[in-house]
Design a binder for this molecule. Structure first.
Ligand code: ATP
Length: 271
């Protein structure tokens, strides 16, 4: 039995319509013995009466980069919001490190070791780079560990060390993305979620960001990567899930998905 983390009050109103459940392709399920660190089991999430997630099941194992790809509005961000506690799922269970975190408050989920770099970065623009990074560690009291992690962030992103006193709002888009990822790392996460890290960046920054995603993973942090840039995401990931209108349409090894004709037509722009 997994341990239940205290719930936050339910905010979403009851749905006025409930659509029939779409069928999801059968997926191999794994227990904790298989190194599963995050397990979403049949998640249903709503915005008012809008049934945004219709039975989503996803797993991330220790050591993996797992990518979630799909068109605009497919439900990728809602999946992350369901995991990080911002949208409480109405049905289904989310288990992190063997504990049931479904509906837990966002700060409790971060404290458990699950941190996210959000879509659109969401930095504090008038605060310095250093202050933004320190915000990522606000729940921690281990000063030595925080210093160590700041050094780790600066070694991953030397540019941030050079600009630590600069106001975050005056950085380029790529540099702001680095701050957002660095801030998430300052929580010393055991699982890192990245929402569209390449969005709006110049190609040179996109490559850099993906290189750093791989480096963070190689240093031991599993990653759940939401991306519209399906080609690059599948290139760095171990496994992938393809979302369509609120459900998982396809899941496989990333290399297999990258060769899948349906995926190439829909997400890689091939005829
Ligand atoms: P994008 O890449 O454009 O962010 P996405 O795959 O992340 O797309 P979501 O943002 O999760 O998709 O949206 C899933 C569905 O939920 C869409 O139909 C969207 O219109 C709806 N939705 C998202 N946010 C809200 C909201 N705040 N209120 C109502 N509906 C919403």
């Amino acid at each position: 039995m997994s341990e239940q983390v205290p719930e936050q009050p339910q905010q979403a109103p009851e749905p006025t319509t409930v659509e029939p459940e779409p069928t999801q392709p059968p997926q191999p399920r794994a227990g904790n013995g298989d190194g599963v660190i995050l397990d979403l089991d049949d998640i249903h999430t709503y915005y008012g009466s809008i049934h945004a997630l219709k039975g989503v099941s996803i797993q991330v194992r220790e050591g993996e980069i797992v990518t979630l790809i799909g068109a605009n509005g497919a439900g990728k961000s809602t999946t992350l919001r369901s995991i990080n506690g911002l949208n409480r799922p109405r049905e289904g269970t989310i288990t992190f490190k063997g504990k049931n975190i479904t509906g837990a408050a966002p700060h409790k989920i971060v404290a458990m070791g699950l941190a996210q770099s959000p879509e659109g970065r969401k930095l504090f623009p008038r605060m310095s780079v250093l202050e933004n990074l320190q915000m990522g560690a606000f729940q921690r009291t281990d000063r030595a560990g925080i210093r160590e992690d700041l050094e780790r962030v600066y070694s991953l992103f030397p540019r941030l060390n050079e600009r630590k006193a600069q106001k975050a709002g005056t950085l380029s888009g790529g540099e702001q993305q680095m701050v957002a990822m660095g801030r998430a790392l300052m929580a010393r996460p055991q699982l890192l979620m990245l929402d569209e890290p390449s969005m709006g960046l110049a190609p040179i920054f996109v490559e850099k960001i993906f290189e750093i995603v791989v480096e963070i993973n190689q240093q031991g942090t599993p990653i759940l990567l939401v991306e519209q840039n399906a080609l690059m995401a599948l290139d760095v990931a171990n496994r992938g899930y393809v979302m369509e209108t609120g459900h998982i349409a396809l899941t496989d090894d990333a290399k297999v998905l990258a060769k899948n004709e349906q995926v190439r037509k829909a997400y890689l722009g091939e005829e």
